[in-house]
Write a protein that binds this ligand. Structure first.
Ligand code: SF4
Ligand code: SF4
Length: 490
């Protein structure tokens, strides 16, 4: 309809419908009178527009007749009668299994695995995530008792690592992760797991209750890293701290909605891909929540894995802000999906988009960090900060060091996410200048200082108007993610 509005006139539109000016006059008697096509889109109701052909009727006046003397919802009633045909699982399973074994497109193992995954996660969430997941999403499902190759009498999914990567990328894009990367769990990558992890010939993660050590399956030789995007509009509301009042020195807390929202997406997308891998006949071990499950605050600290594995798999580069900066999304990403698996996958490589080089001169995050924890040094360092005799930065990497004692004393990260909204790499690629600048930065550092200054000049922290957000035009606003709607329809 948008395209249509911009290219044809009201007269052409009426001609196309075969309506003459006389007919138009007659129409005025039966429908809304409009001056132009945009006007026709307007509805007197609410703050979003219905299409012009949607007319309002009176309250309780439906397009079907209602006899209020007869209608009584409290009378005995059976909804969706459970006939034998509906209850008989056997024929249904046989039909679906036969279609799968016959390799009918839309009913193959990989096709079913998508539906099964979502069905399981739906039931898991509906039941209030009742038990620690413990790497087993095989919860009761309304449609599939078990699912997966054994259930259907088919072999496990088999394809090349390249094809498997494409399969996983495709399904995770649908599940909510736009970019998927892979690291191979070799002896180097195993050094990135904490001392709480060991490796053994186990089928699922095993927790040693006496010392808390978690044994992860040797068979899981690959790690999936899936980008989780924050809402870029909401996080922009946090790029300036309050200058006075009781919240002086802190960013508007509203901005942190983008963090929690993204964490919800992380959990849901992780569950979906975990169940999908099961549906193919493989394991999915959620590396951030191994062992005693999602509900254990200690174990959930395993999110510390997200930065190193994201860097080694190529999601982005380590940045001055001490988190991963993505070439496409800047710092506007949250903890990624981190799923270990025995499904063979082609590993992806680390990237150089000129980001870390750019950080040398940019310093925008550090200069705006209200806690002062981010380094403003020109060069990265091998040195680490310490607290009570313990290092609080990882030794063995040369990076810009954050002083997490200073951060904690300020309240970071609970009270702030400012740096995530302010990074120049956050700018979406839609504006033509941004891919050009990113491309230049990726090729040469010569103009880094110029671009950083330009960023400071053009995108100095704005006074984002909170009231404007609440009253945004819901007809044209593209800053919300609406479930069920593809981002683009051709
Ligand atoms: S704001 Fe600048 S210094 Fe900070 S991470 Fe982004 S590019 Fe690097
Ligand atoms: S989140 Fe932490 S590091 Fe980032 S700007 Fe705020 S206080 Fe600084």
């Amino acid at each position: 309809m948008t395209k249509f509005h911009s290219i044809i006139s009201r007269r052409d539109f009426m001609k196309g419908l075969g309506i003459t000016s006389a007919g138009l006059g007659a129409m005025a008697g039966i429908g809304p009178v409009f001056k132009d096509l945009d006007d026709m889109m307007a509805s007197p109701s609410g703050n979003f527009k219905r299409s012009w052909w949607v007319k309002e009727r009176d309250f309780r006046d439906l397009t079907i007749d209602v006899d209020w003397n007869v209608l009584d919802i409290r009378k005995p009633f059976t909804i969706a009668p459970l006939t034998m045909k509906l209850l008989e699982e056997g024929p249904r399973i046989e039909r679906r299994g036969a279609a799968m074994r016959a390799n009918i497109k839309g009913d193959r193992l990989q096709d079913h695995a998508v539906t099964e995954a979502l069905d399981r996660v739906m039931n898991y969430v509906k039941a209030g995530a009742p038990v620690p997941l413990n790497q087993d999403i095989n919860v009761a499902s309304t449609q599939f008792l078990n699912g997966g190759p054994d259930y259907w009498g088919t072999p496990c999914w088999e394809d090349t690592p390249e094809e498997n990567l494409q399969l996983v990328r495709s399904v995770m894009h649908y599940f909510g992760s736009s970019q998927v990367f892979v690291f191979e769990i070799d002896d180097y990558m195993k050094k990135l797991f904490t001392q709480e992890v060991s490796w053994g010939d186990v089928d699922t993660p095993q927790v040693n209750q006496s010392n808390g050590v978690i044994t992860l399956p040797n068979k899981c030789k690959w790690g999936i890293v899936g980008a989780i995007k924050q809402n870029s509009v909401i996080q922009k509301y946090g790029i300036k701290v309050h200058e006075d009042g009781p919240a002086k020195g802190y960013q508007p807390h509203f901005a942190e909605a983008s963090c929690y929202d993204a964490y919800i997406d992380l959990h849901i997308v992780s569950l979906k891909i975990q169940a999908f891998l099961q549906g193919l006949g493989y394991s999915g071990v959620d590396a951030q929540f191994v062992g005693s499950g999602r509900h254990d605050p200690i174990r959930s600290l395993f999110g510390q894995y997200s930065v190193p594995f994201s860097a080694f798999a190529g999601l982005g580069e380590m940045s001055r802000a001490n988190i991963i900066c993505s070439p496409e999304y800047g710092l506007g990403i949250r903890r990624p999906v981190l799923m270990l698996t025995d499904l063979p996958l082609t590993p992806t490589k680390p990237v150089d988009a000129g980001i870390f080089n750019f950080c040398h001169t940019c310093k925008i995050c550090a200069n705006n960090c209200p806690s002062g924890q981010l380094s403003k040094d020109d060069e990265p360092s091998w040195e680490v900060h310490n607290y009570q005799g313990q290092p609080i930065n990882r030794s063995g990497i040369c990076s810009y060091r954050a002083d997490y004692v200073v951060a904690s004393n300020f309240g970071c990260p609970r009270d702030c996410s400012l740096c995530q909204g302010i990074c120049p790499f956050n700018h979406p690629n839609e504006a033509i200048i941004h891919p050009i600048i990113k491309g230049t930065v990726g090729a040469t550092p010569i103009l880094d200082g110029f671009f950083a200054n330009m960023e400071r000049f053009m995108y100095s922290p704005e006074n984002m108007d909170m009231d404007a957000w609440w009253k945004r035009d819901l007809n044209s606003w593209s800053g919300d993610a609406l479930p069920g709607f593809p981002s683009r329809v051709d």
